[in-house]
Design a protein around this ligand. Structure first.
Ligand code: ADP
Ligand code: MG
Length: 260
């Protein structure tokens, strides 16, 4: 486990893609320390390297320069030890498996690294309000339900770190805004509070959810702001009308305009 108070440490990360016609610098000199249990959002213009950054932290991509550490080990090792859960924009549920069996999938694949007991698939479905839909197949679910099932699947390995890349980006606005409060409820209800790195386009989503928001510049993405969100928890929909919330929103909107 971590010997530093930081769950995620990024040290001077840069990444250049060299598989295209010309080398493309996606992120540049990103350094960041994320304490255990922090909910951190990453916002920035489209194409500024947010997904690239998340893929590096998740061990899916090796950076050209610099180093990423998760619980003091490489992301690849942390992933092998099942410390990292992913939720992407596309639900990526297996269409031939029903909800329960999709959520069970990572448990069937096995692996170890945890000494404590994992949540059960049934318990996770209960938490997500999907118990009555356990026998349904992905195509029989709404987009919001599919994303809740995907989140349940990510939580099945009880990861200490959750990486979410625009998880609600494909949902309609009403479902999307409901999902942020759902996620808060779920995040607050797990035994070990998970560290979350959450990529979003939505300023409101970032503010409602986060302890802290990082703003990236346009490509190559660099950190241009690092903001602590000091809004009281638990947060409910009312918060989006509070003066403090609106101040934070204006501030971030200004930064994003400059960053683009
Ligand atoms: P964001 O998630 O912020 O929209 P990405 O991290 O997906 O941005 O992409 C950052 C930049 O890197 C973009 O210009 C994108 O075209 C480029 N890029 C992403 N993945 C690859 C890849 N596998 N090969 C080449 N270029 C890529
Ligand atoms: Mg992206």
């Amino acid at each position: 486990m971590a010997t530093t108070p930081f769950h995620v440490s990024l040290n001077n990360l840069s990444h250049v893609f060299t598989d295209g016609r010309i080398p493309l610098s996606a992120i540049e000199d990103v350094s960041l320390r994320v304490p255990t249990g922090q909910f951190l959002s990453i916002i920035g213009p489209s194409g500024c390297g947010k997904s690239t950054l998340l893929r590096i932290v998740g061990g899916l991509l090796r950076p050209s320069h610099g180093e990423a550490l998760v619980s003091d080990e490489t992301p690849a090792a942390a992933q092998k030890h099942r410390e990292i859960g992913f939720v992407f924009q596309d639900p990526a549920l297996l269409p031939w498996r029903n909800v329960l069996s999709n959520v069970r999938l990572p448990l069937e694949i096995g692996g170890n690294g945890h000494s404590h007991e994992r949540p059960t698939a049934e318990g996770l479905l209960e938490l997500m309000g999907l118990t009555d839909f356990r026998g349904y197949y992905p195509h029989q679910l709404s987009g919001g339900m599919q994303q809740r099932a995907t989140l349940a699947r990510a939580l099945a390995i009880d990861p200490s770190l959750l990486l979410m890349d625009e998880p609600f980006g494909a949902l309609d606005e009403i479902t999307r805004s409901a999902m942020r409060y759902e996620l808060l409820r779920i995040w607050g209800s797990t035994d070990r509070r998970k560290t979350v790195l959450f990529v979003t386009h939505s300023i409101a989503e970032a503010l409602v959810l986060s302890d802290r928001v990082i703003v990236l510049s346009g490509r190559p993405g660099r950190i241009v702001a690092d903001l602590d969100v000091e809004l009281e928890r638990p947060r409910t929909q009312d918060i989006e009308r509070s003066p403090a919330f609106l101040d934070y929103s204006d501030y971030l909107r200004g930064l994003l305009k400059d960053a683009a």
